[in-house]
Ligand binder design. Structure first.
Ligand SMILES: [Zn+2]
Length: 347
């Protein structure tokens, strides 16, 4: 560059050496000055750029951070917490650190899906998971515990407890009072946000009494007769009289005339006499709305008002009423609805 400049200068102008030299020096000086000021300019420019970008980043952080991101984060957190927590009283506000109160006594109810495998029974499943059989039966609304099917899905709760239906006559308040529990606590355990969502309620830590457990397990009633032969089961069959399909209301066990008949469960005799179709028959009132019938008897050994226990001798097999031969007609009603006796009776 420098040489080229000088060359041009040499060609175009013809100053003396001194002038030339002088000129050269001036020019170089000027060039240096320009360079210097240019460099300073660059520096100022870069610093300004830096400051600007820092400012921009700061502003971005400020705008996103304080004005947009924070409220979004907040509302989302509040929404999920609100979903999970139940109403807390003023005194409990200090405890809000998560979804649940840290001082609560019981774990919320949760369940595990379990598929029935070959060889499983409610008893074996209950033992494997350490959960009460009755709790599992009631939670899954299993009608006949002995007849669970392979592949059938059941829920295994994470804790023992009993379940109650919530109705107008059996409200959440009444249930809470009955079990001496806090309603809010009951709702929390049942993961209920609103009281209106409750149709069934799980009461943790409670156990079914002996009778309820027997009823749930289908072991409350025991066979009312020893031996014999089933000639008709519960449900639809061809009526031996009309030859038309009709519903058989109980089970028939054919046996010798005069064979002893026993009470299937403890209860009170509410009828002992003669009816048209049933012939001589006995009706016994049991707990929880259950009533048992023993029909076509040849002899009745109890009277109305008597209290009987399981296995009490109540009468003898006959063929009275609508019958084609000596047999016992054994029937069970629950809340006046006929049910299959075999689902509740240990035979
Ligand atoms: Zn019958």
């Amino acid at each position: 560059m420098k040489n080229y400049d000088i060359d041009i200068y040499k060609m175009n102008r013809l100053p003396n050496y001194y002038n030339r030299n002088n000129y050269e020096i001036n020019r170089l000086n000027q060039k240096r000055k320009t360079k210097k000021s240019n460099l300073t300019g660059y520096f100022v420019f870069i610093i300004m750029l830096l400051m600007l970008s820092i400012g921009a980043i700061g502003l971005t952080i400020f705008v996103l951070g304080s004005d947009q991101k924070a409220p979004l984060l907040q509302s989302r957190t509040y929404a999920s917490v609100e979903k999970m927590q139940v109403k807390l009283s003023e005194d409990d506000q200090m405890g809000v650190g998560g979804a649940y109160l840290p001082e609560s006594k019981t774990t919320p109810l949760s369940t595990l899906d379990y598929y029935i495998k070959r060889g499983d029974s409610i008893h074996s499943i209950a033992r494997r998971f350490g959960i009460d059989e009755a709790t599992i039966i009631k939670l899954n609304d299993i009608k006949i515990p002995s007849k669970i099917v392979r592949g059938q899905k059941i829920l295994i709760p994470n804790q023992n407890g009993i379940q109650e239906e919530v109705t107008r006559r059996n409200s959440l308040d009444q249930i809470a009072k009955k079990y001496d529990m806090d309603k809010e606590e009951l709702m929390r355990v049942n993961n209920l946000v609103s009281e209106r969502d409750a149709d069934k309620i799980f009461i943790p830590g409670m156990k079914y009494d002996g009778v309820s457990k027997q009823l749930l397990l289908g072991e409350y009633f025991t066979r009312p007769i020893r031996g014999g032969r089933f000639t008709s089961m519960f449900g639809y069959r061809v009526d031996p009289f009309t030859k038309k399909k009709s519903c058989h209301t109980g089970v028939d066990i054919a046996h010798r005339m005069g064979t002893k008949v026993y009470a299937a469960a403890p209860g009170k005799v509410i009828f002992a006499g003669t009816g048209n179709d049933y012939g001589n028959f006995i009706r016994i009132q049991h707990t929880s709305g259950y009533v048992s019938y023993y029909a076509h008897l040849s002899k009745i050994n109890v009277k109305k008002g008597d209290w009987v226990s399981t296995g009490t001798y109540i009468g003898q097999v006959g063929s009275t009423g609508r019958s084609t031969g000596p047999h016992l007609h054994y029937e069970i009603r629950k809340d006046n609805v006929r049910i299959n006796p075999m689902t509740v009776t240990v035979w």
